[in-house]
Design a protein around this ligand. Structure first.
Ligand SMILES: Nc1ncnc2c1ncn2[C@@H]1O[C@H](COP(=O)(O)OP(=O)(O)O)[C@@H](O)[C@H]1O
Ligand SMILES: O=C(CO)[C@H](O)[C@H](O)COP(=O)(O)O
Length: 514
């Protein structure tokens, strides 16, 4: 290149598969998001607590959004591709065709979603074993992890699914396989959701004890016997077929993936907070808690040494930030609970009409309505008589009790828009109190947390953010780049391309709410 001529810009594509939609972003070398697209994905609930998706529908949505974000770009400048996704279970046969995960035999629905609670009997039996691997999931395995779901398939769908199955993937690993043909699994998925140990590998005795000795017998080929750190480059990169699907060039680097919450954690936890007078300025990164809040909320705290927190997942080594232990607290439904409460209320149609008339989202309308009805008082006074217990889908952390149910106390006979707004506020407050409950458990076990870093769809809701600051008593830091999860995914692609040395913590620009 002659003097003065600029090097061509290098770009990376990040793809984030959430519960309700798939998002893609085109990101440059400084982590700036240049283009964004999203696309809804299908969810089926054929029975109560059974939640299913289609891996073909998800891949098709990945293709739509990727094609959109690279429009008008010289494809030769795109250096890498990274995926993150929810940790749903994808089932394929020996020829990599979808297999049904339902009694109806519908092979289109071949994904048991992370929030599926069908495997209650299986997880109870797994927990009764008191096997030592359970120490690394907070002492109690969650029904949302993969081992109980696999056992359910063996016990309930033997002929149409289990006996024919060739590959069980965590969704992030399915996506990297689909892009490259490489079946290697990410350390992130296997450590966090499959009982794999970064130091010791699979524990044969666990799988034998719970009745899934089949995996040991075939050397774990169906659930992964090649494991790579997130961001590692896979095979020869994008296959010609996947390149055609996605509208990219074959051979570009594709990374071993991350779970969505972990991509978000990586995207925000290293924020450069200088100049805000925040307590975490100058303190180690271990004083920070990343909270990734979408359909669910995930609370990611890291430490130099392992910390065992009853009811909080982990400690997991190198599953998010290389060289650090991770604890992951969580609330299984947060965004979904808020949507459920608001949409199920008698005044919801009126809310929709009024919000549309003002060209506002329903949440922006509700927030301004609360401002109006609280008058001169702090908003918290509106809920002195109304309280929500938010465990409508059980309690993930710190009680680790899937049998818990939700509760509302203080209901009146009226069902007008004021009541809806106040119920919405009480729900948001209950979720924030749940976060405080998780932080208290983490601190009692040895974490020392001073600042929250929020991202995900709910971090776009100012009321949600303010309630987290007020109720935890901690400042909340928000990224200037609202789609931090996608930046995390694109960073994976940059690592796989060799342009970034590692999935290092990002020092992105942020703003603080106190
Ligand atoms: N601008 C917004 N204001 C308020 N809530 C929002 C906004 N955008 C998204 N949400 C809420 O965030 C949740 C979805 O977050 P998202 O991160 O997209 O989820 P997922 O990754 O699970 O698909 C929904 O419950 C939705 O109501
Ligand atoms: O357990 C998880 C992360 O470890 C789930 O994947 C996550 O909770 C679902 O993500 P989202 O709420 O963003 O759809």
């Amino acid at each position: 290149m002659s003097g003065g001529e600029q090097k061509p810009e290098r770009y990376y594509v990040g793809v984030d598969v959430g519960t309700g939609s798939v998002r893609a972003a085109l990101v440059d070398q400084s982590g700036v998001l240049l283009a964004f697209a999203d696309q809804p994905i299908k969810n089926w609930e054929p029975q109560f607590n059974h939640h299913e998706q289609s891996s073909e529908d998800i891949w098709a949505a990945c293709c739509v959004v990727t094609k959109k974000v690279v429009q008008g770009i010289d494809l030769n400048q795109i250096r890498g591709l990274g995926f993150d996704a929810t940790c749903s279970l994808v089932v394929l046969d020996k020829q990599f065709h979808p297999l049904p995960v339902n009694q109806e035999g519908d092979s289109h629905r071949n994904v048991i979603m992370w929030l599926d609670h069908r495997a209650v009997s299986q997880v109870n039996r797994i927990n009764e074993t008191k096997h030592s691997v359970l120490q690394y999931v907070g002492g109690v395995m969650s029904v949302e992890m993969q081992a109980p779901k696999l056992l359910w398939l063996k016990e309930n769908l033997r002929e149409i699914c289990w006996d024919k199955a060739g590959h069980f993937f965590d969704l992030p690993d399915f996506l990297s396989w689909k892009a490259t043909g490489v079946t290697a699994r990410s350390l992130c998925s296997l450590v966090c959701k499959w009982t794999y140990s970064a130091e010791k590998g699979w524990d044969d005795s666990f799988w034998k004890m719970i009745g899934l000795e089949d995996f040991v017998a075939d050397n774990y080929s169906k659930i992964g016997n090649q494991v790579l750190p997130p961001g590692a480059s896979l095979g020869n990169g994008l296959t010609p077929e996947a390149a055609r699907d996605l509208g990219l060039l074959p051979g570009i680097a594709v990374a071993a993936s991350l779970i969505d919450a972990h991509a978000g954690g990586l995207g925000v936890i290293g924020a450069d907070v200088r100049g805000h007078g925040l307590i975490c300025e100058g303190q180690p990164v271990t004083s920070r808690l990343a909270v990734i809040c979408g359909t669910s909320s995930c609370h990611m705290g890291i430490s130099k040494d392992p910390i065992f927190v009853p009811g909080v997942w982990g400690p997991y080594f190198s599953a998010m930030v290389p060289g650090f232990w991770l604890n992951e607290g969580g609330q299984s439904v947060t965004g979904k609970l808020i949507d459920h409460m608001v949409q199920g209320h008698a005044a919801f149609p009126e809310l929709q009409v009024k919000a549309t008339a003002r060209c506002q989202s329903i949440y922006a309308y509700l927030n301004s309505h609360l401002d109006l009805i609280k008058k001169a008082q702090p908003v918290g006074f509106l809920t002195v008589d109304l309280h929500v217990w938010p465990d409508f889908h059980g309690n993930r952390s710190p009680l680790a009790d899937l049998t818990l149910k939700g509760m509302v106390t203080g209901l009146k006979l009226s069902q007008d828009l004021d009541d809806l707004a106040i119920l919405y506020l009480a729900t948001v407050q209950a979720i924030a109190l749940g976060t405080r409950f998780i932080i208290e458990a983490m601190e009692a076990a040895g974490h020392s947390i001073s600042t929250l870093f929020l991202c995900g769809g709910l971090s776009k809701n100012p009321l949600f953010v303010q309630m987290h600051a007020d109720i935890t008593g901690m400042p909340v830091v928000l990224s200037q780049e609202v789609e931090s999860v996608l930046v995390g995914a694109a960073v994976l692609g940059a690592c796989a391309s060799g342009d970034f040395a590692s999935v290092q913590i990002r020092k992105t620009k942020h703003r603080a709410i106190k």
